[in-house]
Design a protein around this ligand. Sequence first.
Ligand code: 1QQ
Length: 381
Amino acid sequence: MKISLKKLSFLLLSAGLASATLAADLKIGVAEALTGPAAKYGVAIKNGFTLAADEINAKGGVNGNKLALVVDDEQGKKEEAINVFKKLIFQDKVLMIFGPTLSNSAFAADPIANAAKVVVFGTSNTADGITAMGPYTFRNSVMESDVLPVTTRAAIKHFGIKKVAVIYGNDDAFTKNGYDVFKSTLDAQKIAVTNTETYAKGDVDFKAQLTKIKASNPDAIVCSCLAEEAANIILQTRTLGMKQPFIGGNGFNSPKLFEIAKDGADNTVMGSPWSADNSAAANKAFIAAYKAKFNADPDQFAAQAYDAMHIVTAALQKVTITGTLDKDRQALREALPAVKFDGATGKFAFRRAAAKDGKEAGYDAQQDAIVNIAKGGKFVL
Ligand code: 1QQ
């Protein structure tokens, strides 16, 4: 019996035999902080991507094509983020890049992706101005300016706060932006600021600043900090005999906070679209699959990465892969904005960011934050 090549590949495909040889790899760059202080976020993010990609591939991939992650460590450093972005775009020739972990690094690396017309998708960048870097920058991480006003108002009401002290890191784009947002929110809420203190990345002793805060006798402490500094600040506050509740931003969304501060972090208020307590089916399935794969509890960063991989997959399903890299990169860019998704972090859509100085911008996250409060060493609703 004679059989045409076309017929043969059809038969093999329908038997599921040819997929390994016929399907193309869709190369997705993952540039995250896998070592250094920001790795407490970056490793959870990488796990979220891996879990989602493995699940998607196990179900046949994207239109028969396999998601192939190219993972690189940008170490939470600007220079490394730039190097990794260049490698992923020009050497590995990825379709798009997820990352980097910190807004601070995104401000350095995202312009490279925009200049090369490659989608860069942040799942943990919450500072203002990220998407103003260009039309190829997307994120599903919710901005500090969307979350902190909600968190702050809830904390003021819950604790009856009249005056606060503020502490923030003054050498990081995210902690500085969080400070600006807190300041305008406190002004709008007519909350007095008794004292404002700063520190630098990597500081471990905050006694000098906290002694001044103690003397100013605030009702609560507002902290625009990354997790490790936040946890040490909380711990040292308790050592000084201070009992004030804390109000934090996205930096607080890590189990590291409690590993260091333990129940000293009780009564800390923060906001996130994700909660371990959200019993929606998609979130329950995500949490169970994550625990089974990594033998650890997921956090918000893992959930946002997991959802982001699904968002990109939804866009890729609408794209006809031609094998011409520039065309395929552009087609993904065109398909992304319309994606709507309901996943581990709840309902998600993109929101076009306003053009700045006449320059076209990318897309922010349109998603509501839920206010969490820490009790017994974890955040609850
Ligand atoms: C940013 C953040 C950090 C907490 C990321 C891990 O939100 O840098 O934008």
